[in-house]
Design a protein. Structure first.
Ligand SMILES: [Zn+2]
Length: 879
């Protein structure tokens, strides 16, 4: 099972609690009023387009985006091949596709600040890899190349900027791949014989040049202005590159009140889940580029490119009109430029070019801004069910002296209809409210993010509608199209139907309107383990999204498995209420794996999905519908302990996974660690990154060591390693993927007096971090230098098959050096790398046992990997 196929419903209270500690960020436009209008006017008169290409959320050179979008007023976009599904989540326990959804919204929040647009391909970030070969084998070269070509043909950039070089110097294989595909797509997009099926929608497009952004993980790359990236020695080994010009990304924009470097810091700080929060610094500096292909440039990326209206046939008349609008612009009286904008409108409307159509929509929005128009479409609820009615109100208000008439208002999308009211003349401060009674079609699909609507194939999302490919977000289910006349000229403004509300703590919030099933079928775990042939009780909860929901719930299992009862009726009176139902499942006696689906039937429609809402203050709430599927695993796993204490770190699903072994698992609070009776637990387990994120855990290390001394077993899972050279903590080693570097940096402030991984056990061992000490290939062979180790023999006899079927990776942040008191257990390594012995270390200490284990149990157990369960059961049972 791949990481991304694990889309099972889980509500994550831990995530919500953690989220409450994050400072609230308003979901509002960062620049409004005079600054927004000034930007809009200049943008109307600027026809240059830039597209940046890299692999992940946070790979983008944000100051370059901010410079071109906010400083040069160009159409600017970032194409991230992936949504960052394979990374580590620093704010909650969402992983895989759910993490990708969070990162998508974080990128959109970042783009609001730097002013750029956002695109993605269908590729899924499957985790760290060293090579483009592995990356392309998993993604399929042509499939992802076709997506990059599609985005280029649709966005039509003059200049393409690659964030990486396409060489091993980029580190991560996906980084290298982003540049390799970018270079190929530059040529392929212009070639009508490549991906001709796209030509139904778009024309071939030849960008004038493709360049590479200089720097990696440093000043030009990381948004941490002022600090250099690579050292001199490193730079000297690079092949000679032809300079393509530079961008003054350190320049200050007095209209916005920030430099582009500062905007980049603010923008990157929206990536909460990756810990890229940073502070602004007084700094200047330029970003440099080198040529990859196309027409050479020397000073500026737009050398020799006409970015005025003259580039479009029939456009020459537009520039002078807009020049005049810019000259006449008075911040206190933006309505004074409306006559020029109205004068430009028919000229732009007559130009038959995709760019002119985009500019026409921008022009109408700018007229609406200058007239101070308030235009919105507000839904009465944030969610609705198929077959129900939904109230929507469109509101238009004129806040200027302009003559505004609302000619018509129409909703379109899952339902369409025009408001019945006659045209409304709106004088200063007059408001028109138009009500719509929307009938949600009975067969309306649920509002699943478009790339998750169908199961992915391997590491690529399934998207059948070509026109959706590349889009950052799912188009709204319903939108308002308002036709107005402003001083006699018709304009058209489109707004999504949303739900806007006041949160008493956080102020104004908005949620996208979503269509949800009548009931949600939610399951606790994505895999259910049957460690013996005995029956187990499975809990399924049905939550009503409509009043008076009534139906039946059944579990579909394959032959050989038995379910009692066959089905159960339910009746739920109120929206939001839920019923917990229990079924007894009897597994076959022999080892087996099966797929189970829980299905509710309501009013004749079968519902085999849960509803999960991902809610954090820095992004709009995200709703998704994970299939209510569970992997059933019948596999013999013996465990000899019962009472387990679990110290939750940055967030994982291990406690529920351990409960499937029949264990009594208690999640330990800070006060348990400080003064609770730890001796009541036979084994205590530290969750992933516990020492990185919990000061109370670091503070109570002596109590935990005392617990071991007195006879307890303490198991520590992976912790993020320390920088190889503590003195060089802020100058990341170039081989590290930038996201890891930033994560390590994020743990460095506020200053922690001792590196966290130097005091993890009773005797010293070091966890240096970096890509050298991880095993990223989930099929990597495992050797047993100490085959007689009790951890491999009792109570489960481990054999090589127990390493089959692992997901995503073997392990990360292995130890590099260890005290002679420790024994190693197994050894593994990526292809072509040296053997890593210390993914697991153990020692007796006093009467107890201490175990450090950096194998990725937090991925394997929740995925129901039987061998991983047996291995971990042996750690829990160590004696
Ligand atoms: Zn990256």
């Amino acid at each position: 099972m791949t990481q991304t196929s694990k889309l099972v419903a889980r509500f994550l209270p831990g995530a919500l609690i953690l989220a409450a500690m994050v400072p609230a960020v308003a979901q509002q436009r960062p620049f409004t009023g005079a600054a927004e209008i000034e930007q809009a006017l200049h943008k109307l008169n600027e026809l240059g387009t830039v597209l940046m290409i890299a692999a992940h959320p946070d790979d983008e050179r944000t100051q370059v985006l901010a410079y071109f979008a906010r400083g040069r007023h160009m159409r600017t976009a970032y194409l991230s091949l992936t949504r960052g599904e394979g990374g580590q989540n620093l704010i909650g326990s969402e992983q895989g596709a759910q993490l990708g959804l969070i990162r998508t919204q974080e990128l959109l929040a970042a783009r609001q600040i730097d002013g750029a647009e956002q695109f993605f391909t269908r590729a899924i970030d499957f985790g760290f890899t060293r090579t483009p070969a592995e990356t392309l084998q998993k993604w399929g070269h042509d499939r992802i190349l076709s997506d990059v070509v599609w985005v280029i043909r649709r966005y039509r950039p003059d200049v393409i900027v690659c964030g990486f070089s396409g060489t091993p110097r980029d580190g991560h294989g996906q980084h290298q791949t982003s540049a390799i595909l970018g270079h190929e797509a530059f040529a392929a997009a212009a070639d009508a014989t490549r991906f001709p099926e796209q030509l139904k929608y778009v024309q071939p497009w030849r960008a004038r040049r493709i360049v590479q952004a200089a720097g990696f993980g440093g000043a030009a790359g990381g948004g941490r202005g002022g600090r250099g990236g690579r050292g001199q020695a490193e730079a000297a080994t690079e092949p000679a590159l032809t300079p393509a010009g530079e961008a003054d990304t350190g320049a200050f924009n007095p209209i916005l009140g920030y430099s582009y470097e500062e905007l980049a810091v603010l923008s990157r700080s929206m990536h909460h889940s990756q810990g890229t929060g940073a502070m602004r610094r007084p700094s200047g500096g330029k970003s440099e580029f080198s040529m990859v292909a196309g027409d050479a440039s020397s000073k500026d990326l737009f050398d020799g490119i006409d970015t005025t209206w003259n580039r479009l046939p029939g456009g020459a008349a537009v520039g002078p009109i807009l020049d005049e609008a810019i000259r006449n612009y008075e911040p206190a009286h933006p309505e004074k430029v409306i006559p020029q904008l109205i004068q430009a409108r028919p000229v732009i409307a007559a130009i038959a070019d995709p760019l002119a159509r985009i500019k026409l929509a921008e022009l109408d929005e700018t007229i609406a801004l200058c007239a101070g128009l308030w235009i919105e479409a507000q839904a009465r609820e944030f969610e609705t069910t198929p077959g129900s009615k939904l109230g929507v109100t469109a509101t238009v208000m004129n806040r200027s002296a302009a003559q505004v008439t609302l000619e018509s208002a129409r909703l379109e999308g899952m339902w369409s209809g025009t408001a019945a009211k006659p045209p409304a003349k709106l004088g200063l401060n007059q408001i028109a409210n138009l009500d719509f009674a929307v009938e949600v079609p009975a067969a309306q699909p649920y509002s699943q993010p478009y790339w998750l609507a169908k199961a992915p194939t391997a590491d690529v999302y399934t998207v059948e509608d070509q026109t959706l490919i590349g889009l950052a977000d799912t188009p709204p289910v319903l939108q308002l199209r308002a036709l107005l006349t402003v001083d006699g000229t018709p304009i058209e403004v489109v707004r999504p139907v949303r739900y806007r509300y006041a949160d008493r703590a956080q102020g104004e919030r908005t949620r996208p309107l979503v269509v949800v099933p009548a009931v949600a079928v939610n399951l606790t775990d994505s895999a259910e383990l049957f460690p013996a042939a005995a029956p187990r009780t499975i809990h399924v909860s049905v939550k009503a999204n409509m009043a008076k929901a009534a139906g039946d719930l059944r579990l579909d299992v394959p032959a050989g498995w038995k379910v009692e009862p066959k089905s159960q009726p339910f009746q739920i009176a109120a929206v939001g209420e839920q019923r917990e139902m229990m079924f007894t499942i009897t597994p076959p006696s022999g080892e087996a794996t099966a797929a189970m689906r829980a299905v509710a039937t309501v009013g004749g429609r079968e519902i085999g999905a849960g509803v999960q809402v991902i809610s954090y203050p820095h992004i709009p709430a995200q709703t998704l519908f994970p299939p209510s599927d569970v992997k059933l695993v019948r596999s013999n796993v013996k465990v000899t302990v019962k009472k387990i204490g679990y110290i939750m770190g940055a967030g994982d699903e291990m406690p529920d996974a351990l409960r499937q072994l029949g264990l009594d698992v208690t999640v330990l609070s800070p006060s348990d660690l400080e003064q609770g009776d730890l001796s009541r637990f036979e084994t205590i387990v530290c969750g992933v990154r516990g020492y990185n994120v919990r000061a109370d855990l670091r503070a109570n290390q002596p109590r935990l060591m005392e617990y071991v001394k007195n006879g307890g077993t303490y198991i520590v899972q992976y912790q993020v390693g320390d920088s190889p050279d503590p003195n060089a903590a802020n100058t990341p080693a170039p081989q590290l993927p930038p996201e890891i570097v930033r994560m390590i940096q994020s743990f460095q402030g506020p200053p922690n007096p001792n590196p966290v991984t130097q005091n993890l056990g009773p005797y010293p061992f070091s966890v240096p971090g970096g890509s050298k000490y991880r095993v990223t290939v989930e099929e990597a062979p495992v050797a047993f230098p100490h085959a007689d180790s009790p951890l491999l023999q009792y109570p489960n006899h481990i054999n090589p098959r127990d390493f089959d079927g692992w997901v995503q990776e073997r392990g990360l942040y292995f130890a590099a050096k260890w005290d002679a008191h420790y024994q190693t257990v197994m050894s593994s390594h990526d292809p072509g790398e040296q053997a890593l012995e210390a993914g697991e270390l153990w020692t007796r200490y006093g009467k107890g046992i201490y175990i450090f284990t950096a194998y990725a149990w937090f991925r394997q157990l929740p995925a129901g990997v039987p061998g991983a369960y047996r291995l971990f059961a042996n750690l829990l049972s160590a004696k």
